[in-house]
Design a protein around this ligand. Structure first.
Ligand code: AMP
Ligand code: TRP
Length: 328
């Protein structure tokens, strides 16, 4: 992958859908940026103490994945260029295009009490990405529309002011770009679902993971086969197991076709535990070593700031804002 940026909100607890759709794609390389997007999460109006804790939990998880050595792991609100760039891009984005965003339609449109932040959410996301000369943005399928908008805004900026930003593209996994709820496999697995049985959290104990997978809603019939329309529950588990094991869906089907749902679910649960268990334990260990975590975040912030400031100045200059000292 070329230069990469991705962001995760420190709201709610991360689940296996976030892992499969996004985190699993992240690699520790220089020129890769992984951001705890705390400013985005303000649109969910979090409690301050919870926001503060969850920000560090998420940073610890990113470090537990092996990120933050060559790549930058940092906290969005600590690099002020993101907020500043948001204004510049807000003057480029159109209300018509922001109004079309399905996320905004479902969360805020036509509700006078919904925040302006909710409306500007994709513009802040555009600022995140366009500050870093990004080529690829690994995300789950639910971010596809936001990325299309960001490409449009980037191209508009370039055609007005000359090539000032890179035009990024979304990288969405073919398998696992949309992981479905364990209790309703027609809905996506979501942080905001109040039912704890609907998702495996990346903090769940091994026993709880097994319990949740075993209780997952499955389809009528007995045969394990991949058919997302007719068998959404079994197909969801098959896709999860395939992605997590690095094997194909076909090989999972072959192994468990005739074994019944019980044995199949146990095998899926074991596979999920094998991935989530070590990650959870490592994230906890890092979370307890706050000094080390702060050191990694400070290094990420420094490197991110340097890159972001450089791009911000270039955009300001192109737009015609007067730079300090009158430099052209
Ligand atoms: P968020 O929870 O909104 O911060 O999302 C973090 C990342 O996880 C984004 O890249 C999302 O697209 C991805 N994601 C969220 N839910 C799912 C899901 N059910 N399946 C696959 N990817 C997901
Ligand atoms: N909107 C993304 C989500 O809800 C989070 C996000 C914010 C993001 N900024 C980003 C993802 C930049 C990728 C790149 O999942």
């Amino acid at each position: 992958m070329g230069r990469v940026f991705s962001g995760l909100q420190p709201t709610g607890e991360l689940h296996i859908g976030n892992y499969i759709g996004a985190l699993k794609q992240f690699t520790d390389q220089s020129g890769h940026y992984y951001c705890v997007v705390d400013l985005h999460s303000l649109t969910a109006e979090p409690d301050p103490a919870t926001l503060h804790d969850r920000t560090l939990d998420l940073a610890a998880l990113l470090v537990a994945l092996g990120l933050g050595r060559k790549s930058c792991v940092f906290i969005q609100s600590q690099v002020s260029a993101h907020a500043e760039m948001t204004w510049l891009l807000a003057c480029e984005a159109r209300t018509g295009e922001l109004n079309r965003m399905t996320q905004f339609k479902s969360k805020g449109r036509n509700r006078p009490q919904s925040s302006v932040g909710l409306f500007l959410y994709p513009v802040l996301m555009a600022a995140d990405i366009l500050l870093y000369d990004i080529e690829e943005v690994p995300v789950g399928d639910d971010q596809r529309q936001h990325l299309e908008l960001i490409r449009d805004v980037a191209m508009r900026l370039n055609s007005r002011y000359g090539d000032v930003v890179s035009v990024p593209k979304a990288v969405i996994p073919k398998l696992g770009g949309r992981v479905f709820s364990l209790t309703d496999p027609t809905q996506k697995m979501s942080k905001s679902d109040p039912d704890p049985m609907s998702k495996v959290l990346l903090t769940d104990s091994d026993q709880l993971i097994v319990k949740k997978i075993k209780a997952a809603v499955t389809d009528s019939g007995r045969e394990v086969s991949h058919d997302p329309k007719a068998k959404p529950g079994i197909s969801n588990l098959l896709e999860m197991a395939a992605v997590l094991s690095g094997e194909s869906v076909a090989s999972w089907v072959e192994r468990y076709r005739a074994s019944g749902y019980g044995a199949f679910k146990q095998a899926v649960a074991d596979q999920v535990v094998a991935v989530v268990g070590p990650l959870r334990d490592e994230a906890l260990r890092i979370r307890r070593d706050e000094a080390e975590l702060e050191r990694i975040l400070a290094s990420g912030r420094e490197r991110a700031t340097e890159q972001a400031e450089r791009r911000l100045v270039a955009v300001k200059r192109a737009i015609g804002l007067h730079l300090p000292g009158g430099h052209p």
